[in-house]
Design a binder for this molecule. Structure first.
Ligand SMILES: [Zn+2]
Length: 196
């Protein structure tokens, strides 16, 4: 084997390796989209919403029951990258964006864990480190079913779980003993007085 043959063999090998990496990357990307598609369907959304950039993040925030404005943290990294392509680089903000985005992923998967009747902290930590893999697994596996009626906090692990009904209802107290009353209750659970 002379030198030019060796060179072409190495070149051929490199091209094969690059092709292999490209195929793996495409397979992973497709699996992620399919996972997100299935997850959206489980949550009663349209599967195709998973393939629309930015909007798919909006839907992800929505089905996790978080405040809508977390969406802007989620897309902040992409926006900073776009700004960077235009030569605009900001101090500190990229770091803040990166840390905040990780926190939002923790919040998303914390709430999704609750709504899938799993341990929310475990879900949150796995989602923080492996959001792509977690999306695939909870989207594709039948072991994970979504229940949107499960109450979650709009701030993930921070704050109390609320559904939309109890948000609108003012707090009521028993006229007899002052005990705080549960919503839609007919009698005070402390003294038994009828709620008026
Ligand atoms: Zn009472």
């Amino acid at each position: 084997m002379d030198e030019s043959n060796l060179l072409s063999a190495l070149l051929g090998g490199s091209i094969l390796l690059l092709l292999f990496i490209a195929v793996i990357a495409i397979v992973v990307a497709v699996l992620y989209i399919v996972g997100l598609w299935k997850l959206f369907k489980k949550a009663g959304k349209n599967g195709w919403e998973a393939i629309i950039p930015f909007y798919n993040n909006w839907v992800l925030i929505e089905i996790s029951g978080l405040n809508w404005w977390y969406f802007f943290i989620l897309i902040s990294g992409t926006i900073l990258t776009i700004l960077g392509n235009f030569g605009i680089s900001l101090p500190v903000i990229p770091l803040v964006s990166r840390v905040a985005t990780l926190a939002v992923y923790f919040f998303i998967f914390y709430n999704l864990g609750k709504r899938m009747n799993k341990n929310p902290s475990t879900f949150g930590i796995l989602g923080l480190f492996f959001s792509g893999i977690m999306t695939m697994v909870i989207g594709l596996s039948k072991d994970y079913q979504y229940d949107g009626s499960i109450e979650v906090s709009k701030n993930g692990p921070i704050g109390v779980a609320n559904n939309s009904n109890s948000n609108n209802e003012p707090e009521r107290y028993c006229l007899g003993c002052g005990q705080k009353l549960k919503p839609n209750t007919a009698f005070c659970e402390n003294c038994g007085k009828k709620v008026e």
